[in-house]
Design a protein around this ligand. Structure first.
Ligand code: M6R
Length: 608
């Protein structure tokens, strides 16, 4: 969380910083701030509002060197005094993304040395530490390196000094950071989207790198202090893909981009006549032939994708599969099996818990690692031997939508490839699945036509405090995902249960004020689900049923039916996700919440 941007140029960098911060706002929006160096002074503006408010406050700021920050609060309330950049002695300013775990010890020591703390943040110790070394005559680079050596925790930082008007220093460990290489100007940012208007040439810093950034040059030192060259990549991200266009919110746009995102993710497969392991990397065939089980690690929505995949992997590929929440797995004593394929799933590829879970798995002796990720240059992709990139394009809304359905598409491909390699997929079955995958984008398009009906249905939810989601089998994780979407953006308390579990407790919650949302595909469990729905109606619960064609379910008193255009077999969880996304979106609109930036959350969770 938190976004950092910095610039050294021969023009006023304030507009560059503000534009970068606007693009990084998805990483955190509790407060925003910037510092510029002007006439050997640090000029700072901070705001607890959004970047637009900071822009108004900074209208008169000007300087050719500066750093900016947008915050997701960890240590200290979202107040102006805790907003970054943090300054030490009027000389050194720091913007930080991450958490310093030993900040209390350092704070006590620095206080004893005479440093006064003006904030409640962990970051302020970094500013004072760098200041303590810099004030003794060390270069800014050397002072920063000495300070970093004392830190325990995760960071990406940008540092400037009042008396050093054409240089910034930056470093990363555990949080993302890249350099932008312009023509006679240089930039830093948490991700490339922040720099699209100024450069597409970017250098991704590696774990432990520290860099000195000047107008026309930069020097990078690796974790051992050796000078290193890192390649310059040309980003292909289009700035159009970051714009809202005709849509009211990014979430709405991203829901509607799903047919294209699915088509793009499946592109390599849809035009071929057969499935090959190579789509997961050159070493995939060899690795897949050595495995006897799957372990999926992920968080939030990505974890739900893993839960769906377990049904596919066990039923179609015949592989035992366990799915764990990354933040639990990393601290649990588990029994490693070197023949397990460890699959991590992440939209951002920067989620701290998922990265740590992968490192933990490797440390336990797991060598077969595969990531399914939406960001090609992310840490997760770099840390995994095999990968499949979802091609959803930038996802800006905090609520994950197109990333989820494309993750499911990638996981279904993984299932088919493994099933084929294990002799569990006949040629006819392979062709049938390929045909269904080719049809998936247009099937998703057809589901989007329900938007108007769902918008009307959402009006019933605006006054509700709670909601219960039900599903069975591979649609139970879809119920979980529907509940997560609703609570995340509408702040309605929502829970999901496997429908068969209702009578074991949650049925006690059901009364006329409890809307119950059921995912009802036309599958083998339909009749069982219908019985569960009767149990709800008998208690006066109001039912909202998303049912496939052919289910013979009808609207009646207390039952609101939403008819899905078709039943998509194994791919049904992908299609059934879409109406639940739309429902959450329209309920949030009814409630007037900040759909793309729901309270207390951030898009990229780079802290523990
Ligand atoms: O980037 P990741 O997929 O690793 O993120 C994991 C979760 O933080 C994320 O899915 C979160 O649950 C979403 N906001 C849910 O909509």
């Amino acid at each position: 969380m938190c976004g950092i941007v910095g610039a050294v140029a021969q023009r006023n960098v304030v507009p560059i910083l503000l534009q970068g911060l606007q693009r990084l706002e998805y990483r955190g929006y509790d407060s925003a701030g910037l510092v510029v160096v002007n006439n050997n002074r640090l000029e700072r503006e901070r705001s607890t509002g959004r970047v637009a408010e900071l822009a108004a406050k900074s209208a008169r700021s000007s300087g050719q060197l500066g750093i900016g920050h947008t915050r997701w609060a960890t240590h200290g309330a979202p107040s102006e005094r805790n907003a970054h950049p943090l300054i030490s002695g009027g000389l050194v300013a720091v913007a930080h993304n991450g958490i310093i775990e030993n900040y209390e010890v350092l704070r006590a020591r620095l206080s004893a040395e005479g440093y006064e703390f003006a904030s409640d943040t962990d970051t302020e110790v970094i500013a004072h530490l760098i200041h303590s070394h810099y004030a003794r005559g060390n270069s800014l680079l050397a002072a920063t390196r000495s300070a970093l050596a004392e830190l325990v925790g995760a960071y990406a930082i940008g540092v400037v000094a009042a008396d050093n008007p054409a240089q910034l220093v930056c470093a990363r460990r555990g949080s993302p950071l890249l350099l932008g290489v312009g023509d006679g100007e240089r930039f830093i940012a948490s991700d490339v989207s922040a720099l699209l208007e100024v450069t597409r040439n970017v250098v991704y810093l590696e774990e432990g790198d520290v860099a000195e950034v000047n107008l026309r040059s930069h020097r990078i030192f690796d974790a051992s202090g050796e000078a290193v060259e890192r390649p310059v990549h040309v980003s292909t991200l289009s700035s159009d893909s970051m714009e809202l266009g005709e849509y009211r919110h990014y979430m709405q746009k991203e829901i509607f981009e799903q047919p294209q995102a699915l088509a793009d993710t499946l592109e390599a497969v849809c035009y071929s006549q057969s499935l090959v392991p190579g789509i997961f990397g050159a070493e995939a065939a060899a690795a897949f032939s050595q495995i006897d089980s799957i372990l999926i690690l992920a968080c939030g929505t990505s974890h739900h994708a893993g839960l769906v995949a377990r049904y596919w992997l066990e039923e179609i590929a015949g592989l035992p599969c366990s799915v764990e929440i990354a933040s639990e797995y990393r601290y649990r004593v588990s029994v490693p099996n070197p023949k397990t394929l460890v699959v991590t799933i992440s939209q951002s590829g920067e989620t701290a818990d998922t990265l740590a879970a992968l490192s933990h798995a490797k440390a336990m002796g797991h060598t077969h690692t595969l990531s399914i990720c939406n960001v090609p240059e992310s840490a997760l992709v770099r840390l995994s031997r095999l990968r499949m990139l979802t091609r959803a394009g930038p996802e800006i809304g905090v609520a994950s939508t197109k990333a989820f359905t494309t993750q499911l598409a990638a996981l279904f491909l993984l299932t088919l490839v493994l099933a084929k390699q294990r002799g569990r997929l006949s040629a006819e079955e392979e062709q049938r699945h390929l045909h269904e995958l080719r049809h998936l984008p247009s099937a998703a398009q057809a589901v989007l036509k329900l938007e108007g009906d769902i918008a009307r249905l959402a009006e019933n939810f605006a006054a509700k405090q709670h909601a219960l989601f039900l599903g069975r089998g591979m649609h139970y994780p879809i119920a979980l995902e529907g509940a997560l979407k609703l609570k995340e953006i509408s702040y309605i308390h929502a829970e999901a249960y496997p429908a068969g579990e209702l009578k074991h407790g949650p049925l006690a919650l059901v009364d006329k004020d409890m809307p119950v949302i059921a995912v009802a595909p036309n599958d083998a469990l339909l009749e069982k689900l219908k019985s569960n729905l009767q149990e709800v109606r008998a208690r006066g619960g109001e039912l909202y049923v998303f049912a496939d064609a052919g289910t013979r379910l009808h609207s009646s008193d207390g039952v609101h039916l939403m008819q899905m255009p078709e039943h998509a077999g194994y791919l049904s969880p992908i299609l059934h996700t879409i109406p639940l996304q739309l429902l959450a979106y329209y309920v949030a609109l009814q409630k007037g919440t900040d759909v793309d930036k729901p309270r207390n959350l951030a898009k990229s969770v780079t802290v523990e």
